[in-house]
Design a binder for this molecule. Structure first.
Ligand code: ADP
Ligand code: MG
Length: 375
């Protein structure tokens, strides 16, 4: 297949970033420490109240009883339908360490996991291949990549080499943001793709902080690219990219008692989230003029350039703990998520540029013929 870049052949529609809040149950450690819930919900409304603050309204609010399947069906399944129509999609899991980001995304998936516990990524894989099996007249090419941004370095999680390769971001006029040298595995079955997920999960960086015994201090991006072509016509070709992102813990550094290397890591991790916050703020400002969006301030925001204010359907799932001990961080997360709701994206169908050009030329010829006949 030729190189691809999104070409606008359809009318641009502005679609805001959707934001879901997911509150997990109190975990055994919190119960043992005598923590009390400090979150309340408004029945039938996507609203949430922290302590005695005013209610926040989001696109979706999931209480602690909400199961993985419901979160997927309500928030992620529509994005997958978009992928089949050639749109890009992004899911971002945001929240403090221990709030349920990895649980929600399925970043600890193993084939022995209880079906009810399975998170977003394995469900995306399952539904994707189900959808493909129902479209026998369409040819599909599926590729996956899995990377981690750790300490402002990009690490390839699907690289077989024992030496972890550090990669750099390139901006290609035709293909947009690319990570040079990143492993892209072509996969034919759901099992192949699940193996890639498991392989990457086992390579992720984990470390100890005072917050949590094992906490992820990196941003992980699992990307599925879906190319499809139906029949012989060139304009039947389209390609959608699905980014599934498990962000690093959003807690402020002082709580983790970080020292030395840990502190340096902390600063760089915060750089990604800080830049993400700045990008979200800049995109949310309704100044009427095109203001500068600081995508280039971090690797994370460069990678997510299309997902925020660009060509993608994007969902942020802000994960929170219900415990009173986390009240301050939870309130911060809700404020952050509230800002993300102001971002407007312009998703378009990604078609083969040559096919799109051909289509445009055909239309022009048609119009000229009509003009000639009228002359
Ligand atoms: P994070 O990735 O944000 O640091 P985790 O996903 O590792 O947090 O979750 C922390 C702990 O809480 C884990 O033991 C996880 O199994 C549990 N947990 C998180 N969300 C839920 C949930 N919705 N239901 C039940 N347990 C959950
Ligand atoms: Mg995690």
């Amino acid at each position: 297949m030729g190189c691809l870049f999104p070409i606008q052949v359809m009318e641009e529609k502005v679609i805001p970033v959707r934001v879901a809040i997911r509150c997990r149950p109190l975990v055994p450690r919190e119960l043992a420490e005598g923590c009390e819930p400090c979150i309340s919900f408004v029945p039938g409304e996507p609203q949430i109240i922290v302590g005695t603050e005013k209610a926040f309204t989001f696109d979706y609010v999931f209480d602690p009883a909400t199961e993985q399947e419901e979160v997927f069906n309500v928030t992620v399944a529509p994005l997958l339908r978009g992928i089949f129509n050639g749109y890009n999609a992004t899911v971002l899991a945001y929240g403090q360490t221990g709030s349920g980001k990895t649980y929600t995304m399925g970043g600890t998936y193993t084939t022995t996991q209880d079906d009810n516990e399975v998170g977003v990524i394995p469900r995306v894989i399952h539904h994707l291949f189900n959808g493909i099996s129902q479209r026998s007249e369409t040819e599909f090419v599926l590729k996956v990549s899995y990377l981690e941004i750790y300490n402002e370095e990009i690490i390839d999680l699907l690289c077989n080499s024992k030496d972890r390769l550090v990669l750099s971001i390139r901006e290609d006029a035709k293909e947009g943001i690319k990570v040079a040298g990143l492993t892209e595995k072509t996969v034919c079955t759901a099992e192949d793709m699940v193996r890639c997920l498991e392989m990457g999960n086992s390579s992720r960086s984990v470390g100890s902080t005072a917050m949590n015994a094992v906490s992820s201090r990196s941003h992980a991006i699992f990307t599925i690219s879906v190319e499809q072509k139906r029949g012989a016509q060139r304009d039947s070709y389209c390609c959608g990219k699905f980014h599934l992102v498990d962000l690093a813990g959003s807690e402020r550094q002082k709580k983790t008692k970080a020292e030395g290397d840990r502190l340096k890591e902390g600063i760089n991790i915060n750089r990604g989230l800080l830049s993400l916050g700045n990008v979200i703020s800049a995109l949310g400002e309704d100044s009427g003029k095109k203001n500068h969006i600081p995508y280039r301030d971090s690797k994370l925001t460069r990678m997510l350039q299309d997902s925020l204010g660009g060509n993608s359907h994007t969902l942020m799932v802000a994960c929170i703990s219900p415990a009173d001990a986390n009240l301050e961080e939870t309130a911060n997360s809700l404020r952050y998520a509230d800002r993300a709701r102001k971002i407007k994206n312009k998703p378009i169908v990604n078609q083969d540029p040559q096919a799109a050009e051909l289509l445009a030329l055909k239309r022009q010829v048609q119009q000229l013929r009509v003009q000639l006949l009228q002359a």
